[in-house]
Design a protein around this ligand. Structure first.
Ligand code: NDP
Ligand code: HEM
Length: 497
């Protein structure tokens, strides 16, 4: 047996003499309450779990590096982009949306695609998905939407009825539903997916000009996906297929890479596009706004400790840096609140001081105390409020964002369906037309299988939406439903309760 160079201690640092035998009254008598080492061990175990993420609970991640390859300084003054060749460390976390922490990886679901760039001006988090659009355009609908993806309160299984009921009553979901049910809705792993910021964000440059921007990360590994049949076989063998793939690929030195692009729209053009450029259910067509290459990122280091680095990573769209701003996208606006709130609940007040979340630049603020505070005082201990006379940190007017132009006179709860720019069908038709005949057949079959057990009136409502995209779409799904008599009887039974 090899000689261990260090001794086991308690959490208070005291050496432990025996970690295999509890303290008992005689060899067969009861355990003594004074065995505080046993108590500490059991108590610590009881605190090993933290709440899983309310969405995107199952995830996989790694560390990497972003490198600038093209100059975009005319659009943004963000220092991360200021020099070709500049490198910035990052951490990536990918995820499924609906599954819990122990869910199988090879499931049909949107993949989260979240990046934390440790820039010299603080952390920039790009919390996107592998799809450029989303199911809803109004954040008021998000908790209801997520409830339809999670377990039914009575049956405690996921409900196809709830999903299609919600989708068929929310035609803005059609674009994302079509992507989800297409080949790319079930990727083999995360090395073979694109990432999209999805929202419109903004860039601002040194001259104070604002541009609207969309972020794209295209896989250099190509796209790979499973059919439902293949995925069922994979899950039969392993529930951790994505974790295994990403970890092994990095351990073997096959570092996955993505090319970063942006689409850029001058500020005032947003008033003239035929589609609402701030509607999260829309893309900007490439022909209108071509992809501009920016750089490349590579994942090249696995986490040493999954829990502390991947489970505890705290991504938030509110983490932006000077040169990058928000947009009026309603869903983005809600996300600016939601994530940091979730982190305080899930991880704790000082989640941003954890090594994986800590910026890799100096941090000076006036927040005070709170559970588990361990950070030191300001360089001068008397400077703990502002204004002060003791050399505390002061704001830097050099990084003032240009004012946001508004185009509204009054506030109201506007019906988003009355905005012609929010048309729910035009872009889905463009997507549908991209698919070849075989891709369309698989789309129809995937939808039909996903509708197993759903009441006919809900299916009819959804088919009417597919008809409005393209008659072939509705008819294709009708035919697949007719062919697919063998829909899961157990599921049907649960749905009928
Ligand atoms: P283009 O022909 O210029 O681009 C088509 C895009 O579709 C490519 O980005 C391609 O990604 C992507 N794509 C191909 N198959 C799928 C799929 N099954 N699921 C999701 N994306 C897929 O078209 P337009 O820009 O005019 O857009 C046409 C339609 O393409 C849009 O309505 C939208 O549905 C979809 N799309 C558009 C994007 C955009 O930002 N404009 C981004 C992604 C999708 P890749 O290059 O990696 O193969
Ligand atoms: C995770 C809220 C829409 C991508 C989360 C979490 C919350 C949340 C609370 C868990 C955070 C945590 O505990 O760490 C919301 C709300 C939304 C919304 C309120 C809309 C109103 C979106 C959209 C995208 C997205 C549109 C993609 C474009 C992600 C990703 C994660 C996540 C990738 C996982 C981040 C990680 O890996 O840690 N979301 N979300 N979400 N969300 Fe959203």
């Amino acid at each position: 047996m090899s000689q261990c160079p260090y001794h086991h201690t308690t959490t208070a640092g005291a050496p432990v003499a025996d970690n295999q035998n509890s303290l008992t009254a005689g060899p067969r008598g009861p355990v003594l309450l004074q065995d505080w080492q046993l108590l500490e061990k059991l108590a610590h175990q009881n605190r090993e779990r933290i709440p899983e993420r309310v969405v995107h609970a199952k995830g996989w991640g790694a560390h990497g590096t972003f490198t600038v390859t093209h100059d975009i300084s005319r659009y943004t003054c963000a220092k991360i982009f200021d020099t070709v060749g500049k490198q910035t460390p990052l951490i990536a976390r990918f995820s499924t949306v609906a599954g819990e922490l122990g869910a199988a990886d090879a499931e049909r679901d949107v993949r989260g695609f979240a990046l934390k760039f440790y820039t010299e001006q603080g952390n920039w988090d790009m919390v996107g998905n592998n799809t450029p659009v989303f199911f809803i355009r109004d954040p008021l609908k998000f908790p209801d939407f997520i409830h339809t993806q999670k377990r039914h309160p009575r049956t405690n299984v996921r409900s196809a009825t709830a999903m299609w009921d919600f989708w068929s009553l929310s035609p803005e979901s059609l674009h994302q539903v079509t992507m989800l049910m297409s080949d790319r809705g079930l990727p083999t792993d995360v090395r073979h997916i694109n990432g999209y910021g999805s929202h419109t964000y903004s860039f601002w440059n040194k001259a104070g000009e604002r541009f609207w921007v969309k972020f794209h990360f295209k896989t250099q590994q190509g796209h790979r996906h499973y059919t439902n049949r293949e995925a069922a076989q994979v899950i039969g063998k392993t529930r951790e297929s994505t974790q295994e793939d990403l970890y092994a690929s990095i351990e073997r030195g096959y570092y996955p890479r993505w090319t970063m692009y942006v689409q850029v729209m001058p500020e005032m053009q947003a008033l003239n596009t035929p589609y609402n450029p701030f509607d999260l259910t829309k893309v900007w067509p490439h022909a209108d706004y071509p992809l501009i290459e920016v750089g490349v990122f590579e994942l090249n280091r696995n986490a040493d400790n999954y829990f502390s680095e991947i489970e505890q990573v705290a991504m938030s769209p509110s983490n932006i840096v000077p040169g990058i701003g928000f947009s009026p996208d309603h869903v983005l606006q809600a996300r600016i609140f939601s994530y940091a709130d979730a982190h305080r609940y899930r991880i704790g007040t000082h989640y941003e001081a954890l090594p994986v979340n800590a910026p890799q630049c100096p941090v000076h603020h006036y927040h005070k105390d709170g559970a588990m505070r361990f950070t030191p005082n300001m360089p001068h201990a008397d400077a703990y409020y502002e204004p002060n006379s003791f050399g505390g940190p002061v704001a830097d007017s050099q990084v003032t964002e240009p004012p946001l132009r508004l185009h509204a006179d009054f506030a109201d709860r506007f019906n988003h369906r009355e905005d012609a720019g929010n048309n729910d069908f035009v872009q889905v038709t463009a997507l549908f037309n991209l698919f070849n005949a075989k891709q369309k057949q698989r789309l129809y079959r995937n939808i039909s299988e996903a509708m197993a057990g759903v009441a006919p009136f809900i299916i009819e409502r959804q088919l009417a939406l597919f008809d409005r995209v393209h008659p072939d779409y509705g008819n294709g799904v009708r035919q697949a439903l007719a062919d697919d008599k063998a829909s899961a009887p157990q599921q049907a039974e649960l749905e009928s309760y």
